[in-house]
Design a protein around this ligand. Structure first.
Ligand SMILES: Cc1cc2nc3c(=O)[nH]c(=O)nc-3n(C[C@H](O)[C@H](O)[C@H](O)COP(=O)(O)OP(=O)(O)OC[C@H]3O[C@@H](n4cnc5c(N)ncnc54)[C@H](O)[C@@H]3O)c2cc1C
Ligand code: SF4
Length: 346
């Protein structure tokens, strides 16, 4: 039986305090903890704790300190910005995000994604920041006995193993799918992450650049550095005539990560598509932009025939593994359905 290691509790009152106490990233700490170096006296940030405590219970991580973000003022705010965008604090729960009137009316794809993730109980605790920063669900990664590439080992066990829930795009050298459902919608919406450090420096980075492909670095999912706090997600203003939807398909009718999810954002003017974002979730190590599908939609009236072509084009570049080619027709159909849902919203 796994026994959680003792840790100290640090209640941070400010972003600077939290950033100063957070001496490591979860990715670096896990590589050390699961390898020969063993645990080190690292301080790790805690939001809702859903993913973090899971990793600690499975003895994949044993931080010396947990740095609680809950008492820091302002991180739970949702505020309209002067440019017409929306700033969502990183400690806003998925439940609140999914129900927030402005999110539901102006960015319904994000509300769909938040409401479709996990169970009501988990959504009441899980925060947006923690959701975007949760670690992958790959079962080899989550099992102590497999020291795979992402934990500092030499092999990916999934590529030739049990890979039914794994990536169909960009799946070498590691075949995880990005675990966050909110990320699919946020990348489609052109959202940016706001990152702050202990000295008050704030960096704004498009989420698409925040996430890291497995080719670039198979041991981390994002560029967050030790001592950086994700303070907020910023959504840009969207022109009138923008339609959107997010759809999630699970394995069964239960509270689980998706087999596939799709976000579509279409900017329409005079009946034609002026901008299209088609993002596939649970498809690749990062939210996957289906560029060929976007090209099919651009400049056209979005008819069923065009949507059919876009669904097919969304699969361009796919390299399914031994047990996950079922995802190809699934994504093809979901792109079509997401377009229909977005247009039906009128
Ligand atoms: C049964 C079940 C079903 C689920 N289904 C889904 C699903 O369908 N879709 C989905 O997306 N997720 C799903 N989840 C995952 C769940 O949504 C995440 O575990 C949760 O959102 C994590 O948020 P948290 O606030 O608890 O983060 P924590 O566990 O507290 O933190 C997660 C990570 O983020 C870091 N962190 C947190 N906040 C910050 C911050 N502000 N700045 C810097 N670092 C930070 C922590 O150090 C940690 O590494 C499911 C979980 C369960 C148990
Ligand atoms: S897919 Fe990635 S996380 Fe899973 S076994 Fe392979 S290297 Fe490890």
């Amino acid at each position: 039986m796994n026994v959680m290691q003792p840790f100290a509790w640090v209640g941070a009152a400010t972003i600077s305090q939290a950033a100063a106490a957070a001496s490591g990233t979860v990715a670096e700490a896990m590589v050390k903890h699961t390898g020969a170096a063993g645990p080190e006296a690292v301080g790790i940030l805690k939001a809702g704790g859903i993913d973090l405590l899971d990793l600690m219970k499975e003895n994949l991580l044993a931080p010396a300190r947990l740095v609680n973000l809950k008492a820091i003022p302002g991180l739970e705010d949702i505020v309209s910005e002067a440019d017409g965008g929306l700033r969502i604090g990183s400690m806003v729960t998925l439940a609140r995000l999914g129900e927030h009137p402005e999110v539901r009316s102006r960015y319904p794809a994000l509300a769909d994604a938040a409401r479709g993730a996990a169970s009501p109980q988990i959504r009441n605790v899980a925060t947006l920041g923690g959701n975007l920063l949760q670690r992958p669900r790959c079962w080899y990664f989550r099992a102590q006995e497999y020291r795979c590439l992402r934990k500092g080992g030499e092999h990916c066990f999934a590529i030739s193993g049990e890979n039914q829930y794994h990536a169909i795009f960009a799946n070498r050298p590691c075949a995880i799918v990005h675990a966050s459902t909110a990320a699919t919608a946020l990348v489609a919406l052109g959202a940016a992450a706001e990152l702050a450090d202990a000295h008050g420096a704030v960096q704004r980075l498009p989420l698409e650049e925040f996430f890291v492909s497995s080719q670039r670095d198979p041991q981390r999912e994002n560029v967050l550095q030790a001592g950086q706090i994700m303070t907020a997600i910023r959504l840009p203003p969207l022109p009138a005539g923008t339609r959107m939807a997010h759809l999630k398909q699970g394995e069964r009718d239960s509270f689980d990560w998706p087999l596939a999810d799709v976000a579509v954002v279409l900017e329409l003017a005079d009946g034609l598509c002026r901008r299209a974002a088609v993002i596939l979730g649970a498809a690749a190590p990062v939210p996957h932009r289906a560029k060929a599908a976007e090209q099919v939609l651009l400049g056209k009236a979005i008819t069923e025939q065009i949507a059919l072509q876009a669904g097919q084009a969304a699969l361009e570049g796919a390299t399914p593994l031994g047990k996950n080619s079922y995802k190809l027709p699934l994504f093809e159909a979901m792109v079509r359905r997401a377009r229909a849902r977005a247009l039906a919203r009128g």
